[in-house]
Write a protein that binds this ligand. Sequence first.
Ligand SMILES: Cc1cc2nc3c(=O)[nH]c(=O)nc-3n(C[C@H](O)[C@H](O)[C@H](O)COP(=O)(O)O)c2cc1C
Length: 295
Amino acid sequence: MVWASGWKLASAVSNAGALGLIGSGSMKPDVLLEHIRKCKAATDKPFGVNVPLLYAEVEKHLDIIIKEKIRIVFTSAGNPATWTTVLKERGIIVVHVVSSSKFAKKAEDAGCDAVVAEGFEAGGHNGREETTTIVLTPAVCNNVKIPVISAGGIATGRQMFATMVLGAEGVQMGSRFVASEEASSHLQFKQAVVDATEGDTMLSLKQIVPVRMIKNTFFQEIQKAEAGGASKEELIQLLGKGRAKKGMFEGNLDDGELEIGQSSILIKDILPAAKIVQQIWAEFAESLSQPLHKM
Ligand SMILES: Cc1cc2nc3c(=O)[nH]c(=O)nc-3n(C[C@H](O)[C@H](O)[C@H](O)COP(=O)(O)O)c2cc1C
């Protein structure tokens, strides 16, 4: 996750027994290299790097990833056909993030080892189709043979269990780990995640790149511009540069872009990442033994 998943969070998650990912989308190449090296020093467990393929310096990032012998890459926001073969030839496991069963098939055809089926509830960039996780997960499972990792709206072990009933073999969680002690996000943003209530997030910027974010002043400005018939170019101008950094990293809760998912309503505390992983496993195990909750 941009402005959240640096080496501290990735290594803490991996050390706790899940798979930590470094979010390279907000990093310059030299910063990514530093995070990879620090992550290696902080864990001897596997970890991966997420690479949004639309990122301008994607080639430099992939070069570093290959040289540093990273074993697992999650790609998103772009065409998996462009880079998957290059990475696979170097023995790297490639997982691509998709928002539809059509894109999932494309990822499978491109040679990806697995897909993340990310539904409408998810924080950050999202699909235009608005397919919810509960529908998308089985739809993708029906359309591909490779393993499916479910994402979007999942913040608890019982939800993880539910996605496995739907056919997923794993889950990817974002928002829950923004509200972790190790996330590099600003404390005020983490607190805003904890404070969020139902209806506080919405998918916005659908004309440019759809993003689920908190409905703050910046969000209202976009809504107003869109209602007034703003063109794509005018919206890009309004978005300007550095909005995500301003909101999530610098803690400007009014004028910054605050990417977070619907699951924020389930997040009640900022915890160490290891504690979050532990809670999720405990709840998952409880769900296995008592699948019909409260019945
Ligand atoms: C703050 C934030 C930043 C994110 N940045 C990225 C990113 O750089 N690349 C990516 O593939 N997904 C990104 N995501 C999506 C997450 O990887 C994950 O798929 C999503 O958060 C899952 O849904 P959830 O938020 O409901 O847990 C981001 C999500 C959040 C909340």
